[in-house]
Design a protein around this ligand. Structure first.
Ligand code: FAD
Length: 286
């Protein structure tokens, strides 16, 4: 089913996975998929290693989930380091396998691989390429705290509005203060773009990893959250509990403020997502 159709039926709840690197991680993901399938997510998505590092594994996982589970799967695809012909071939293969949803991204290829630049500069060009290949529902990334490479907030908001106008929906980078999300949505609306903007959720369940990921993505790790987590910093279970509680509060505020969906960055584990689901009183939660 197309995600653009799913989004018409009310707030969506979706989960993101990455292709496992080895057999042990494959088993972990298989267990996670079983545990999260019962929550009946609106759809799930699978990341793509920029530059094509997970090309086959992303394809196989997306097609496998779509075929073997009750869940609708969306493929991430990044333009970095690819030629137009390579991207078209990847999209054609999804089309022929019956996949209807693609998240079109720029991508940040690992610097140490020294990959070629690629023929497409920006994600919006990939949106147009995908439209040429087939009848897909196409999502794009949006950055509530502007993208780190942007010269200014205004510039990033403008390019995001242009990109979303060409796509069907956006999913945001994670953030911890709801006001960043609402500011993004307001500027898109002011630019005349009213497509759904789904909020990306990353529960802060470990101080070191959330600090590292925030730095990488250009998301602020706010002082108030850092203070709350550090107050119980020598007890990992308590840190986790605070992270889940704060993520639940954020989700509730976003839904209350009209967010059309929540997208959970699961890191291939199910527990945090299940706990937040249960806290929010969502169906299927244990
Ligand atoms: C929900 C989500 C999922 C993601 N999944 C993956 C994944 O699977 N694999 C992966 O490698 N990465 C993934 N990323 C990360 C993403 O690839 C990076 O954030 C990347 O640096 C930017 O991607 P983008 O699609 O926003 O790029 P773009 O839209 O191309 O934007 C990149 C920069 O260029 C600017 N820009 C855009 N258009 C123009 C223009 N026409 N002229 C001038 N400047 C412009 C933007 O303002 C921004 O600063 C994901 C991010 C999100 C939010």
């Amino acid at each position: 089913m197309k995600i653009s159709e799913i989004l018409k039926t009310g707030p969506s709840f979706s989960f993101e996975f990455f292709p496992p690197r080895d057999e042990k991680m494959e088993a972990v993901l298989a267990q996670t998929l079983r545990e999260l399938e019962v929550l009946e997510p609106s759809y799930v998505s699978v990341t793509y290693g920029a530059g094509g590092t997970t090309r086959e594994r992303t394809h196989d996982l997306v097609v496998g989930i779509d075929r073997d589970t009750t869940m609708t799967a969306m493929a991430h695809l990044t333009c970095a380091a690819h030629t137009r012909a390579e991207l078209a071939a990847i999209v054609e293969r999804y089309r022929d396998a019956g996949i209807e949803n693609i998240l079109a991204l720029g991508g940040d290829p690992p610097k140490d691989l020294d990959l070629p630049k690629g023929e497409l500069e920006y994600a919006v060009e990939l949106v147009h390429l995908i439209r040429e290949v087939g009848d897909f529902s196409i999502g794009v990334a949006a950055h509530p705290e502007p993208h780190p490479r942007s010269p200014s907030r205004e510039s990033d908001r403008r390019h995001t509005a242009e990109k979303l106008a060409a796509a069907d929906f956006a999913i945001t980078q994670f953030f911890f203060d709801a006001e960043h999300y609402f500011d993004l949505v307001e500027s898109l609306r002011a630019a005349g773009v009213d497509k759904p903007v789904i909020a990306g959720i990353m529960p802060a369940t470990s101080i070191s990893s959330i600090k590292r990921m925030s730095e990488m993505q250009g998301s602020e790790f706010p002082q108030w959250l850092s203070d709350k987590l550090h107050a119980v910093g020598d007890d990992p279970a308590a840190v986790r509990a605070v992270g889940i509680e704060e993520a639940t509060t954020l989700c509730a505020a976003l839904l209350e403020g009209g967010a059309p969906g929540l997208h959970f960055y699961t890191l291939n584990r199910s527990t945090a997502t299940r706990e937040i689901y249960a806290n929010l009183g969502l169906s299927g939660a244990t």
